[in-house]
Design a protein around this ligand. Structure first.
Ligand code: PEP
Ligand code: MG
Length: 321
């Protein structure tokens, strides 16, 4: 009597792993934003806006929209999509990558006949170089980010496929001439996708960037000389190849040496746990993976960090013996 039965214990919720390495997700469209944002991720490391053009914006070529007097419509629609994602993740960061459509992909859009016909579009008219030649295209990205950041300052800019110092300088000058340039709270990222980036990082850092995100899909393709989309050559495409790992290591080391934040947002880290561990051992700041592999990657990173701590503890115990 008087003894009250205890209520049954609630099942213990699995404690979320915390890791020193930041875990971002790659996202392409607003539809899954809320559900992905509800999971244990630290933000969006790569927002590929290209899919919003081909999807939500009805597949019209941005230049064709400008020519047809529909520029504002483009800005409004893209702003709505990016805002949706930024709001779902706020205050966590969302890294918006400026549109990196290759000429062959742009050509497939409505009004895409303005595109040059290139034999090698993957190493052709794309990325940062396009913004030098067509500032009006880059100004679409800048207008969208400027509008979004009025309300949601967790969105940042990433410039893809940087090949030379002068094109990056020109691109950043365009940014500085735009009202967004005065917004010093916005981080400026570049993607490291061309092997020459490893050499150029100190020069790029001096131009005033904050972070370098390794696009291992393009970096692997260009380091090994293997078309990433070729079914015939797919056995040759290997991000764990020592030459690719060496390029990745040099990019991380040089970037950290210049005080820059580092990330890797290519596909390989979502599929190969060995790469995640390799990157953690190199001290990368963050990785960005597909939403369906985020929980597994968090566990892999947490386990790798524990092993590294243990290795260090054992090594220092041995030196004291
Ligand atoms: C990459 O190249 O690794 C990357 C993330 O960019 P995309 O796959 O969109 O070319
Ligand atoms: Mg790429």
């Amino acid at each position: 009597p008087g003894v009250r039965k205890r209520p049954p214990l609630a099942p213990m919720a699995a404690a979320a792993e915390t890791t020193a390495t930041t875990l971002y997700v790659n996202l392409a469209t607003p539809d899954a934003a809320e559900s992905v944002a509800a999971t244990d991720v630290d933000g969006v490391g790569l927002l590929r806006a290209e899919f919003m053009i081909t999807g939500a914006l009805g597949g019209a070529h941005p230049a064709a929209m400008i020519a047809a007097g529909r520029r504002q419509e483009y800005i409004d629609d893209m702003t709505a999509g990016v805002e949706h994602i930024a709001a779902a993740f706020a205050p966590r960061p969302v890294v918006y990558r400026a549109v990196d459509l290759r000429s062959n992909e742009f050509a497939a859009l409505e009004g895409g006949d303005v595109e040059p016909d290139e034999d090698n579009p993957m190493i052709g008219y794309r990325g940062c170089f396009r913004y030098v030649r067509e500032p009006e295209l880059f100004s679409l990205d800048l207008d969208v980010l400027h509008r979004v950041r009025q309300r949601l300052p967790n969105v940042h800019l990433m410039i893809p496929f940087v090949r030379t110092r002068w094109e990056l300088a020109e691109c950043l000058a365009q940014l500085d001439r735009h009202p967004l340039g005065a917004d010093r709270g916005m981080h400026r990222w570049i993607m490291a996708e061309v092997p020459s980036v490893a050499y150029w990082i100190p020069a790029y850092a001096r131009l005033g960037i904050d972070g370098v995100s390794i696009g291992s899909n393009d970096l692997t393709q260009l380091t090994l000389g293997v078309d990433r989309d070729s079914g015939v050559c797919k056995d040759l495409f290997d991000t764990m190849d020592p030459a690719v790992l060496d390029a990745i290591d040099r990019i991380i080391d040089r970037a950290h040496g210049c005080g820059l934040t580092t990330s890797l947002c290519g596909q390989a880290v979502s599929t190969d746990p060995r790469l995640a561990e390799h990157l953690v051992r190199r001290g990368i700041t963050s990785v960005s993976v597909t939403a369906d592999s985020a929980a597994r990657t968090r566990r892999i990173i947490a386990a790798a960090e524990r092993r590294i701590l243990l290795d260090h503890a054992r090594a220092s115990a041995r030196t004291k013996e």
